[in-house]
Write a protein that binds this ligand. Structure first.
Ligand code: UDP
Ligand code: MG
Length: 349
């Protein structure tokens, strides 16, 4: 397996000279004459989980597209997120045939957010474009993103204007999620923007500094800030293979998104509790007065039982939400790495 040019130590960024052109000695600069700057290195980063059907199509289209963009070098960094099919074999084959393709093999399935974090951390480019393997994000957009970057933007978002390729249920729940998230949290995430975007080296470095293990990437991208431009596109249907996100996975993803960026769901229980307690005191006063005037009234079990059940239910919801946050604190405190790399394949670009 590891016969492909396995170079574990090839992770040293080759950016040194790009990032600090001042290190070039005056002599060398003079010798270079009209010293040509190295072309921009673009890293296209791809999380892959069970994508054997679509990967050959993907490589064909993306390489073709990237070769057409003027004045850039590119590398394609694929992260195999513990696939159970032939994804890794296909990636290794691609590394062998094309030196611009690299593969990072994670030790198991860590989920898309972790795979994407790994991919961005491994990328060496001056600009980085995360893209899905399933060709739902059209590679043709990358050239337009680079144009915007050259205008001086650090992040170029691709916004989906037409989501007709997604199911109605997915579109509705997505819209509801964006509304809820942005109402609750200080960091606004742009509606209908996925992970497909261009980020500059500075943004990638800022992301790498965020130590959290629960990585809701859309939120983190928004949190780091920087100058952002938007371009619009139509979301295509998946080119091959199946979606990896069930309803339950998407629900957990939404909970992750809200709880990672807002504590309002937890704090709101203080107000609900205060309101309920206030109502209870008012009711107690009313009952006392009534008893003093009219004497003891036997009926009332039904209302009592309702009150107990209602309050019990509300308390349990409150506890559950508290649990969401405590659980998150627990995982963060353990300080485990976000992912584990099993192997790196492909040559130095
Ligand atoms: N993915 C991943 N790990 C996972 C699930 C998905 O790396 O646990 C990758 C997947 O291979 C694809 C991208 O994330 O490149 C988006 O997944 P998918 O197309 O299934 O999501 P959808 O477009 O349906 O939201
Ligand atoms: Mg997809």
């Amino acid at each position: 397996m590891k016969s492909a040019t396995f170079d574990e130590h090839a992770v040293k960024p080759r950016l040194g000279s790009r990032l600090s052109p001042r290190t070039v000695s005056a002599d060398a600069e003079a010798m270079a004459g009209d010293s040509q700057e190295a072309p921009t290195l673009l890293s296209v980063v791809v999380p892959c989980y069970n994508e054997q059907e679509v990967l050959p199509l993907f490589f064909e289209r993306i390489v073709d597209e990237l070769e057409r963009i003027a004045d850039i070098d590119f590398e394609i960094v694929c992260v195999n997120d513990g696939s159970r099919d032939n994804t890794l074999a296909i990636l290794l084959g691609a590394c062998r045939t094309d030196a611009r393709i690299r593969a990072i093999d994670l030790s198991r399935n860590f989920g898309k957010e972790a795979a994407l974090s790994a991919a961005i951390a491994e990328a060496r480019g001056d600009i980085i474009v995360p893209i899905d393997a399933d060709l739902q994000d059209p590679p043709e957009l990358i050239a337009r993103m680079i144009e915007k970057w050259r205008e001086g933007y650090d992040i170029v978002l691709a916004k989906r204007m037409d989501r007709s390729a997604d199911t109605l249920a997915k579109r509705w729940t997505a819209a509801a999620f964006y509304r809820l998230h942005n109402a609750l949290s200080d960091v606004e995430i742009p509606e209908n923007a996925g992970d497909f975007r261009l980020i500059s080296r500075e943004v990638a470095d800022a992301l790498a500094q965020l130590p959290e293990r629960h990585r809701f990437m859309k939120g983190l991208f928004a949190w780091v800030g920087f100058r952002t431009a938007e371009i619009e596109y139509k979301r295509e249907p998946r080119a091959a293979g199946k979606t990896k996100f069930s309803f339950w996975k998407l629900w957990n993803f939404a909970v992750e998104g809200v709880t990672s960026f807002s504590t309002l769901p937890m704090r709101i229980w203080t107000y609900i509790g205060t309101f309920v307690a206030f109502c209870a005191v008012v009711r107690a006063v009313m009952l006392t007065v009534r008893t003093l005037i009219w004497g003891v009234d036997v009926p009332g079990y039904a209302s009592l039982a309702t009150a107990i059940l209602l309050l019990g239910g509300i308390q349990l919801i409150g506890l559950g939400i508290l649990g969401e946050y405590v659980g998150r604190i627990y995982f963060e405190v353990k300080g485990r790495p976000i992912y584990v790399v099993k192997g790196r394949y492909g040559s130095r670009v």
